[in-house]
Design a protein around this ligand. Structure first.
Ligand code: PLP
Length: 457
């Protein structure tokens, strides 16, 4: 019964504070369009909500949310969970309903094609759409060089496992980097060389030394909104890294998973500095859209293409076709561009609030990263504090954060770094969350000082 679905959705929005007391509800016509149902279904849903005293109607004006004491209590931000831990996109803005239309449309348009075996490289018609999408991001390529993958992690994992045309064996990787890439290196027991990434990027002299040493198959880099530090390279740094890769015959795997969130359209991906195949570009549709789709892409050089497709075929034959067909329609209809536009504004606003809160509350001995958008940033605690201690303390305050220790290779291990994601934190809770983190740090510092002074007296 569709009206129940509408009732549930509106109650959820009231419970989560998205619809506030006094807020006017959408018109019957708008809602019937949104839920693809008749006006009578919406009227029935509104009557049901009225009978529950959750909304009221004003003749000739519309329906409004009641100032409900029960919900007001649950909305007080005082003890609300603050989730800096979850790393998926903000679930309030995931485009479920638009994507649902695209899935229906894909079945209508392609019929049985959506349910039979397909090409390992991905639907050709989707790859044509991806060419246009990539062009807007300064990645100029052809459908023949694109491979649709089951999440960009699949492409990264295959690159770790495959031999490369330069005949080299080691992987150079920023330290820290996101945990699933570290997992991949460990699963394949691949020799790796770490290079530290800080608030200024990487030491390019050190990178040159590593490349020069001679056995580097590829340098894996997250060029924008790095996970976990949030760092984005400047164009000058990106150009220099590409030059070094060319000079020493090293490939670059450029993971541009959240590149669409960049507000500065003059920022180039590394791919733009060498589209010949030296830079292999990967993109995820998880962070900015729907992670459960498991869809990503890689732009692969001819020299690796066949080997890569063979390995992809051996792993899963091809990525699911239905979601590929729906993504094609989502891109073609302009829904993706409209969605990204919203995401860009939302995450840059959240990032600005976070930076302000860091400056306002964190003690000066704490260092933090300064990202302008994206989800992630890190806080490095001063000696002798450990990330795990603070995490435990904050859980009692209903604040959740991640410890970055699994994002380091063993030789770079650090236990004082926290990773924060702002994707799931409501704007009005960011400041309060950082204030609680700052209080926690101060509390632990005080405790340590007391222990030390006790030992010395
Ligand atoms: C930097 C980075 N690249 C790639 C991935 C994998 O994304 P996908 O969901 O497309 O496999 C992640 C996931 O967390 C990530 O953080």
């Amino acid at each position: 019964m569709k009206y129940v679905h509408i009732v549930d959705e509106i109650i959820r929005q009231i419970e989560e504070g998205l619809l506030k007391p006094g807020h006017k509800l959408p018109s019957i016509r708008a809602l019937s369009k949104e839920f693809a149902c008749s006006k009578n279904t919406v009227i029935r849903a509104y009557q049901e909500l009225e009978s529950k005293h959750l909304i009221y109607s004003v003749p000739k004006s519309g329906y409004y949310v009641v100032d409900n004491h029960r919900f007001r209590l649950s909305h007080s931000t005082e003890n609300k969970k603050i989730d800096f831990l979850s790393a998926g996109p903000d679930r309030h803005v995931m485009p479920f309903r638009d994507f649902q239309h695209c899935i229906n449309q894909a079945i209508e348009t392609y019929k049985h094609e959506m349910f039979v075996y397909s090409e390992p490289q991905g639907l050709y018609s989707l790859r044509e759409q991806l060419v246009q999408y990539l062009r807007n991001n300064q990645v100029f390529t052809t459908p023949e060089r694109i491979c649709v993958v089951s999440g960009s992690q699949q492409a990264l994992n295959l690159f770790v496992s495959l031999p490369f045309p330069n005949g080299k064996h080691k992987i150079c990787v920023e330290q820290p980097t996101h945990a699933s890439f570290i997992e991949s290196i460990q699963v394949h027991q691949t020799a790796s060389i770490g290079i530290e990434i800080t608030g200024k990027g990487i030491d390019l002299k050190r990178l040159e030394e590593i490349f020069k040493r001679g056995d580097v198959k590829f340098f894996y880099t997250v060029s924008r909104f790095h996970n976990p530090t949030g760092y984005s390279y400047t164009n000058t740094q990106k150009r220099k890294i590409v030059e070094l890769a060319q000079k020493y015959d090293v490939y670059i795997i450029e993971d541009d998973y959240m590149g669409d969130l960049d507000l500065n359209l003059k920022h180039d991906p590394m791919f733009a500095y060498d589209p010949s195949g030296r830079v292999i570009y990967t993109k995820s549709f998880s962070k900015v859209m729907l992670p459960g789709l498991r869809l990503g892409l890689a732009v692969i050089p001819d020299a690796i293409r066949e080997r890569f497709l063979q390995a992809k075929f051996a792993q899963d034959l091809h990525s699911p076709v239905l979601t590929q067909g729906a993504l094609e329609i989502y891109l073609k209809s302009g829904m993706f561009d409209a969605h990204i536009h919203k995401m860009r504004l939302m995450y840059s606003k959240k990032a600005a609030l976070l930076q302000q809160a860091y400056r306002d509350h964190l003690p000066s001995i704490v260092s933090f990263s300064k990202s302008l958008s994206g989800f992630y940033s890190t806080i490095a605690l001063p000696e002798p504090l450990k990330a795990k201690q603070l995490i435990q303390l904050l859980e009692q305050e209903n604040v959740y954060i991640d410890d970055a220790s699994k994002m380091f290779l063993p030789e770079f291990a650090k236990d004082n770094v926290l990773r924060l994601s702002i994707s799931q934190v409501e704007e009005e809770l960011i400041d309060r969350g950082i204030q609680k983190i700052a209080n926690g740090i101060n509390k632990l510092m005080l405790k340590k000082r007391q222990i030390y002074s006790f030992r010395w007296t």
